[in-house]
Design a protein around this ligand. Structure first.
Ligand code: AMP
Length: 464
């Protein structure tokens, strides 16, 4: 299948060719034709599947095709201009976007905006802007004054602008909820309901989520009409290009020595190290810098400017090791990331999938290593149940844990993986025959106090 055969506008095909895309991904092949027809849809697909283009290309196609028609009526900008020429007092006009994309995090919103700019590079006029918590209000007012066709926003900040009359959704044609499951996890349900209620009934709604089960499925049914359901490969078949393994560690000092060793792997280009807390992210980044690694922290306590600078440094290759918390690292798409290290295990099994998805981007191979305490075996089991794979336990010569791994993981024989012999090798996986067990505790992984980015209701810290 080709992008041409999907009937996309010539200006978009040109942008895709320039971006080096030769064929649509699975989710794109299924979603784009239906979206062009104007259908609502509920799509279950993972990050890295090409889902951004799956919703953005048909939207851009619609706007490009409208742009080809002779224009009737005047745009708000044209009206404002003629009001000025009539000498009327300038009046603030709320932005009237045609499309709204809601995302759980600032990073994902910026990613979507960047992709939109890329896909729309040859269109006559299409402006996409990000409306994000942490960004100065005057800057956002400037962006909204341009009356962009496409708004990409995190829910909290968007509500602020809606309530102060800066945005009018009466002209909205397309609503996208990206990573909807994650937005609900983060406690955005009320904000989402409020935003949806402010949009026209006749809109097209597209919802993307890792899962369509439970609460997210119920919400999806409420806000879509006669939606096409698209299920792209489950998490079990994902990430086959990523070698996953576990190293058992005895204590913190063993863990730190192991981290140091892993980061010296000569096949490592760039790495993301995940920690449970913002404080640990800072401390470990400092420690790694002292040890001679070009490291930086990324977490929700940092100002947006600092977060953007860090991500920019990562993209440019100036930062080799990013030490990050879950919320902050979501949506990072840097092809040079060869390794992900779970310094701490994630609180939620689904975060494991998002974490390891930071490597193995754009068809490359990647390595995902988890440093695990013997007491955390239950948490590993939950992850394995979620991904429907066993993660092999590996032992590195000279870094063996005092306690044998087989006492913690009777099913596993430690392998002899050494840093370097990891390319293209698939972990010896055993697929669980039982379906994914429901999480009775509402997803909570650790019952202890939460110290990471997300609060008890998974509200992101400082999102507004
Ligand atoms: P996403 O799932 O939207 O985050 O996309 C994951 C990565 O795949 C991004 O780097 C995209 O630029 C890339 N991508 C999306 N669609 C295609 C395609 N059809 N061909 C090649 N790369 C793609």
């Amino acid at each position: 299948m080709t992008f041409e055969s999907l009937g996309l506008h010539a200006s978009i095909i040109k942008a895709l060719t320039e971006s080096g895309y030769t064929a649509p991904t699975g989710v794109q092949a299924q979603a784009i034709p239906a979206a062009i027809e104007g259908r609502d849809m509920m799509v279950s697909s993972q990050t890295g599947s090409g889902k951004t283009a799956a919703f953005m290309l048909p939207a851009l196609h619609k706007f490009a095709s409208e742009g080809d028609q002779p224009q009737t009526g005047r745009t708000p900008n044209q009206e404002a201009q003629s009001a000025r020429s009539r000498g009327d007092r300038p009046r603030f006009k709320p932005a009237q976007p045609k499309m709204l994309v809601l995302t759980p995090t600032r990073e994902l919103a910026l990613q979507v905006t960047t992709s939109t700019d890329k896909y729309g590079a040859f269109m006559k006029r299409v402006k996409a802007v990000s409306i994000l918590g942490g960004m100065p209000y005057p800057k956002q007012m400037q962006l909204l004054a341009k009356n962009p066709e496409i708004l990409v926003a995190t829910p909290g900040r968007l509500i602020d602008h809606m309530e102060s009359g800066k945005i009018d959704f009466s002209q909205l044609q397309i609503l996208v909820l990206d990573e909807a499951d994650r937005m609900l996890d983060m406690g955005f349900i009320d904000d989402i309901e409020k935003i949806v209620a402010a949009t026209p009934e006749g809109r097209q709604t597209m919802l993307f989520s890792a899962t369509l089960d439970g609460m997210v499925g119920n919400m999806a049914k409420r806000i879509t009409k006669d939606a096409l359901i698209i299920q792209i490969a489950s998490s079990a078949t994902k990430h086959e290009n990523i070698k996953q393994c576990i190293h058992f560690v005895d204590d913190l000092s063993h863990k730190n020595r192991m981290l140091d060793h892993l980061l010296r792997d000569e096949t490592l280009d760039q790495a993301v190290v995940f920690t449970a807390t913002k404080r640990d992210a800072d401390t470990i980044a400092d420690r790694l810098n002292i040890a001679g690694f070009a490291a930086a922290a990324l977490h929700g306590d940092m100002h947006q400017g600092a977060r953007n600078r860090t991500l920019d440094g990562l993209r440019r290759g100036q930062i080799r090791v990013l030490v990050a918390t879950d919320v902050a690292a979501r949506g990072i798409d840097v092809p040079g990331i060869t390794h992900v290290v779970n310094y701490d295990l994630p609180k939620f099994p689904e975060d494991y999938v998002h974490r390891i998805g930071r490597t193995g981007r754009a068809g490359r191979n990647g390595i995902a290593v988890s440093l695990v305490n013997h007491a955390e075996s239950m948490n590993v089991k939950r992850i394995e149940r979620f991904i429907k794979q066993l993660i092999p336990v590996e032992v590195i010569e000279g870094y063996e844990p005092k306690r044998s791994a087989s006492t913690s993981r009777p099913n596993h024989k430690p392998g002899g993986w050494k840093p370097g012999d990891n390319r293209n090798s698939k972990p010896g996986q055993r697929t669980f025959s039982k379906p994914n067990a429901p999480r009775k505790d509402g997803s909570s992984f650790n019952k202890g106090p939460r110290t990471g980015d997300a609060g008890a209701t998974r509200r992101p810290f400082g999102e507004r």
